[in-house]
Design a protein around this ligand. Structure first.
Ligand SMILES: *[C@@H]1O[C@H](CO)[C@@H](O)[C@H](O)[C@H]1NC(C)=O
Ligand SMILES: *[C@@H]1O[C@H](CO)[C@@H](O)[C@H](O)[C@H]1NC(C)=O
Ligand SMILES: *[C@@H]1O[C@H](CO)[C@@H](O)[C@H](O)[C@H]1NC(C)=O
Length: 804
């Protein structure tokens, strides 16, 4: 009772102090002290002192007022932490400068462009903290603004780029770590050299280049009414990119994380949470210059790196191209006239780094652009830049072409004309006239929203979301239903059993048209109604990703429910990885490809698909392999539709497989995306070691695979975990990194485990990984643990009621 009173009292006094201190200005007479906050006029942003989690340091920062987690979007004094805020205050000094003062010393200050009579600092509703003359609110006259000195957040209205007159660059710098806002090593820039592009750097090294923004005009806009209004502004005085908010999205922020990832977050009013959509599309080919100059990166290829057509590797070796790059098989002639060089068109690619490029917006046709390139011997390629008024601009590249890669079909196609010796050009004399006709089509294509790292991702995210809503309306019509007799015929009366999955028996079948299918006959203990079932299955059918098995339809007949999938001739991962003979087919690069594929498929389920599917039963036998041994996750979405409601975080039923289940899930039925991360970690360790988690036995004692891996890791002997069958083929760094990532994923506390978007990035990049803590394991009495038993040959998915 007393405690309750006390709590009420505290609440009361808190709310009093909040209202009495809510202000939006710092002036000569009013400073911002520890405990105070500034609130922007519209109430969106709040500013005050804060301490990051796990840190004793204090800083002044800005956060969204409605955000219960108070995610800090700007830090004033990031490189000057305070350990004691009792005497600290943010003031306007007599000279008109904004200064953070503690113990009579200036800790940090913002240099105003000029001095005025009566300066004030105001927190605007955009999150911009500005210094201005008290009675002059016009943005042109601001003396200083925080938007010119961003930290790790790119907020709506912020202009990233260059002011050529002052030489000031506005760019984003990551935090040093999650708990330390000091300047980290990753930066995000608009690079104005050549044609403007987005560049991410780690220290001085470029690690990502977006390539050109192809839709060119001095003011490039997504349009005021578009979902994401954005602009690239380029003139003599400045070049910058900026974006705004539309009605569709109330709050949006981009952050450059301390690992160098760009993540976007949209505020969800209902859940009062930030919904993230990261740049999940970043993959092995996005690392800057992975394939060297004139290389071509194909994310689905073995190996990923190759040369552009008519180019040969620089090191004369056909394999292991890596970053050495390629050169033309026949050198360019550089002659003018009839025997001049020609051009080969490439499409469906990402355009190369524009750092060494030149452009002219006034060029009106392709031939002219081609001539411009031919006239300069250093020009190696050209492309056109469409303009809204139908004209084209000309963009030409000099020297080696860096960063050309395949793009997935749903990304925008780009065209580039690469210069080759005339004898190498295959299309002959008609080449240019046929290109002339093509131009129109290209121009139309390029008028569609452009691909740029952030904006493109957001747009596709948004369109996906909307499409999902639309689709849900008509999903009953869209889901192909197969009838019972078709199923009997296709499976030859269920005679060809190919597997026993978690939710039923799987049969191979052939449809009348000859298409091979896999039919999953669900066990009859499902609790769901028909309509519910159909709805769920329709949703699953909408999930399409190259690392997910495609659901073709379903069949419902009386008590029987069946799911019809595409047929995977190569069976599942466990069929290979745990078999002494077949595992030899999986060398290290294939295994690494599989790890990457599973990670991407899972990431898609967790966040890109917008349905936020938690798999709950990820394991080697649920990863199927296609003819090229690319992984495809199966049985996703079933735990939700077959076992129960997905949105609760505490479910009465537990579905999963011993050894793959995270401790919190196996023990308490608490599941989250981090439970899948745990299962993923186990799978990674299995793939690297070629040993089954459930059967793992060390020579002298029974331990689990994660425990064994962790022991080796602590002793610095992780490499001993690697399967002897990959000994000849592996890349030590990659193997060690994979083990390390696997261990991070199986840590005891879900909060310690990375999310899948981080995992994908960890696999692709080489930033330092945190140390892994001891792996978690569950030995609760609810599940008499059979993880130690030698004989658990057939792992079986458990679907059971957990005790309450
Ligand atoms: C700060 O400076 C003022 C005026 O110079 C002085 O009175 C005060 O004692 C100083 N405080 C500290 C903590 O040094
Ligand atoms: C750009 O192209 C136009 C049209 O061909 C030409 O008149 C102009 O001089 C070019 N500008 C530059 C800087 O080369
Ligand atoms: C070719 O282009 C390069 C790069 O812009 C330039 O330095 C060089 O002067 C040009 N050469 C000719 C002949 O125009």
């Amino acid at each position: 009772m007393e405690a309750l009173l006390l709590a009420l009292l505290m609440l009361f006094s808190l709310s009093i102090s909040n209202t009495s201190l809510a202000k939006n200005l710092v002036s000569k007479t009013q400073s911002l002290k520890s405990g105070d906050t500034l609130v922007s006029k519209g109430g969106i942003f709040e500013m005050g002192f804060f301490s990051p989690t796990n840190s004793l340091n204090s800083y002044i920062g800005i956060w969204y007022r409605q955000d219960p987690k108070k995610t800090v979007v700007w830090v004033a004094s990031r490189d000057h932490p305070l350990t004691n805020t009792s005497s600290a205050a943010l003031k306007i000094t007599l000279e008109g400068q904004l200064a953070l003062v503690a113990d009579n010393q200036s800790v940090w200050h913002a240099k105003s462009s000029r001095s005025v009579q009566n300066p004030v600092a105001e927190l605007l509703n955009s999150g911009n903290f500005v210094v201005r003359e008290a009675d002059d609110e016009s943005p042109e006259n601001f003396l200083w603004q925080s938007f010119d000195y961003p930290t790790d957040h790119y907020l709506p209205g912020m202009k990233i780029g260059w002011n050529f007159q002052t030489g000031h660059e506005v760019f984003i710098t990551s935090w040093k770590s999650q708990d330390d806002p000091a300047s980290g090593q990753y930066t995000f820039h608009l690079d104005p050299t050549g044609y403007p592009q987005v560049v991410i750097k780690k220290g001085p090294t470029k690690i990502y280049a977006s390539g050109p923004w192809t839709n060119l005009s001095s003011i490039q806009s997504g349009g005021k009414d578009s979902i994401l209004p954005y602009w690239l502004v380029r003139n003599k005085r400045e070049v910058y990119m900026t974006y705004g908010l539309s009605k569709a999205i109330s709050s949006l922020r981009f952050v450059l994380t301390s690992n160098g990832l760009v993540k976007g977050f949209v505020w969800e009013d209902q859940t009062k949470e930030w919904d993230s959509f990261s740049t999940a599309s970043l993959d092995n080919c996005d690392a800057y210059g992975v394939c060297g100059g004139n290389g071509f990166c194909n994310v689905d290829g073995f190996p990923t790196c190759g040369c552009l057509e008519k180019f040969v590797p620089n090191n004369n070796a056909s394999e292991n191209l890596s970053s050495l790059g390629c050169h033309r098989r026949k050198p360019l002639s550089c002659l003018v006239g009839p025997s001049s060089d020609g051009f080969q068109i490439y499409s469906g690619i990402k355009l190369p780094d524009t750092n060494n490029s030149w452009f002219n917006e006034s060029v009106i046709n392709l031939q002219e652009c081609e001539q411009i390139c031919l006239r300069n011997c250093s020009c190696t390629a050209y492309s056109i830049l469409s303009k809204r008024n139908g004209g084209i601009g000309c963009l030409i590249w000099f020297g080696d072409l860096i960063g050309i890669r395949s793009v997935s079909p749903n990304q925008q196609d780009m065209y580039i004309y690469i210069r080759l010796a005339s004898s190498e050009v295959t299309t002959g004399p008609n080449h240019s006239s046929s290109m002339g006709r093509k131009t129109k089509i290209i121009v139309l294509c390029l008028l569609l929203p452009v691909v740029i790292v952030l904006l493109g991702v957001l747009l596709s995210w948004y369109f996906c979301r909307n499409k999902k809503t639309e689709q849900r309306l008509e999903e009953e019509l869209e889901l192909p239903m197969f009838d019972w007799s078709t199923m009997i015929r296709a499976t030859n009366n269920f005679s060809n059993k190919i597997g026993q999955g978690g939710f039923g028996v799987v049969y191979k079948g052939v449809l009348d048209g000859g298409e091979e299918i896999a039919v999953k006959r669900l066990s009859k203990n499902s609790v769901q109604g028909l309509r519910e079932f159909k709805n769920e299955v329709s949703c699953i059918a909408k999930l399409q990703h190259r690392n997910l098995v495609k659901l073709l339809g379903c069949c419902i007949s009386g008590e029987e429910k069946m799911l019809i999938y595409e047929y995977m001739p190569n069976k599942s991962l466990d069929f290979f990885i745990f078999d002494q003979t077949r595992k030899k087919l999986l060398d290290w690069s294939k295994r690494f490809n599989i790890i990457n594929g599973i990670a991407r498929g899972l990431l898609y389920l967790h966040q890109d698909s917008r349905l936020r599917i938690i798999h709950r039963d990820l394991k080697a036998s649920n990863v199927l392999l296609d003819t090229d041994l690319n992984p495809k996750i199966s049985d996703f979405g079933l735990a939700r539709s077959i076992v129960g409601n997905a949105t609760g975080d505490n479910t009465k039923r537990v579905a999963g497989t011993h050894g793959y289940m995270s401790p919190e899930y196996a023990g308490h039925g608490i599941f989250s995306v981090k439970s899948d991360v745990f299962s993923f970690g186990i799978s990674v360790l299995e793939i690297v070691s070629g040993r089954r988690n459930n059967e793992f036995i060390n020579e002298d004692q029974y331990v689990t695979l994660p425990e064994h891996a962790w022991k080796l890791y602590r002793e610095g002997k992780s490499i001993e975990l690697a399967d002897e069958h990959i000994a000849g083929s592996y890349d030590v760094v990659q193997v060690l990194r994979s083990i390390h990532i696997g261990l991070l994923c199986v840590q005891q506390s879900p909060d310690d485990r990375p999310d899948m978007s981080s995992v994908v990035q960890m696999l692709v990049n080489d930033f330092a990984l945190p140390r892994a803590k001891e792996p978690g394991f569950f030995f609760g009495k609810e599940y008499p643990s059979d993880t130690h038993s030698k004989s658990s040959q057939n792992e079986v998915t458990i679907t059971t009621l957990s005790p309450r």
